[in-house]
Design a protein around this ligand. Structure first.
Ligand code: PMP
Length: 321
């Protein structure tokens, strides 16, 4: 019934203690989370290494997962260790060498009032092979569109949480960008500065300095972002953290998205559609091609996640151990 065309190599998913064939649905359509987005989730990746598949920064992802559940007032029915073991088990069950890993905790079937008093909290773990999130252009660089809708402000919600319902904003932004023939969206924050992509953080590079923003600019401080900042410092690159103005983005020598799904993806063009009443204007970043520091960071990240740099082995959890 459900083909796995867009979920390559997905065979079984784990749901509440059991494995199910990918094609077999188990949830009711009156599931609370389907109606109100009352779920929290993580996006994690595993990569092949010399020691078998390894999950990148699994502990940090599960810490954030627990925090998201707290924010959503969901009582986590599993310990961190149980979730980690379940993820490893699901990787093994599917025979995955590399994968995108999606744990989802949600209010399930019970009642449909906004307060899910009769809905149990349930856990799903799914894995599949997800290639470059923004397609083949990930190597050459993508175009981006600054959407008119602003990022939710950090005073309105805890931006450290990944809450299912919030992501409809990301879906809308992503669809607007594609309507405008761009590859991905960018949100401004309420202050009018550059915030982030729908599922990615943003770095800009000017005169050799790698810069990104932080939670005070209403972003999710991604685990990839934090890893890249640490790696860049270790590589002897200059880094800065602070607000990124639109002007800084348009005038950057290089820019790239960072995130578990996109990894590091160069941004080579930005169209400013942030003012819906005015005609959008397009800017080329640098010379319109992937720049040297982006290339360097991209390579370093690929090496780190594949366990090729001993210093960062601490960030990997071996699936078969
Ligand atoms: N911002 C948003 C809104 C996201 O959804 C994500 C993906 N989790 C990121 C940034 C990047 O976070 P990470 O590097 O932890 O994947």
């Amino acid at each position: 019934m459900f083909e796995n065309t867009n979920y390559p190599k997905a065979k079984k998913y784990w749901y509440e203690g059991k494995f199910y064939d990918w094609a077999s649905p188990v949830a009711h359509l009156m599931t609370h989370a389907l109606h109100y987005g009352t779920s929290v989730f993580e996006g994690i990746r595993a990569y092949p290494t010399d020691k078998g598949p390894a999950v990148f920064r699994l502990k940090e992802h599960i810490d954030r997962f627990e925090h998201s559940a707290d924010v959503a007032r969901m009582k986590m029915p599993y310990t961190k260790e149980q979730i980690i073991e379940t993820i490893k088990l699901t990787m093994r069950e599917n025979g995955m060498q590399s994968a995108y890993i999606r744990p989802l905790l949600f209010y399930s079937y019970g009642n449909l009032g906004l307060v899910p008093k009769a809905c149990p909290v349930e856990l799903l773990v799914a894995v599949w092979e997800w290639g470059a999130y923004l397609g083949e252009k990930a190597d050459k660089g993508v175009s981006s569109y600054i959407v008119p809708w602003r990022r939710i402000h950090h005073s309105q919600l805890d931006m450290k949480a990944k809450l299912g319902g919030l992501y409809i904003l990301s879906t809308i932004a992503g669809l607007i960008a594609r309507e405008k023939n761009c590859d991905e969206a960018i949100f401004l924050n309420l202050e009018g500065n550059v915030a982030e992509g729908p599922g990615e953080n943003l770095f800009v590079i000017k005169k050799g300095i790698l810069k990104t923003n932080d939670r005070s600019e209403s972003i999710l401080e991604g685990i990839t972002r934090t890893s890249l900042l640490e790696m860049a410092k270790d590589m002897g690159l200059k880094t800065a953290v602070g607000p990124i103005t639109r002007k800084e983005l348009f005038g950057a020598d290089e820019a790239f998205f960072s995130g578990t799904a996109v990894e590091t993806t160069p941004v080579v063009q930005v169209t400013d559609g942030s003012d819906a009443g005015r005609e959008a204007k397009t800017y080329t970043i640098g010379n319109g091609a992937i720049g040297p520091i982006t290339r360097q960071m991209r390579q370093a990240y690929q090496d780190v996640v594949r366990g090729k740099i001993a210093r960062y082995a601490k960030w990997l959890t071996l699936v078969n151990e």
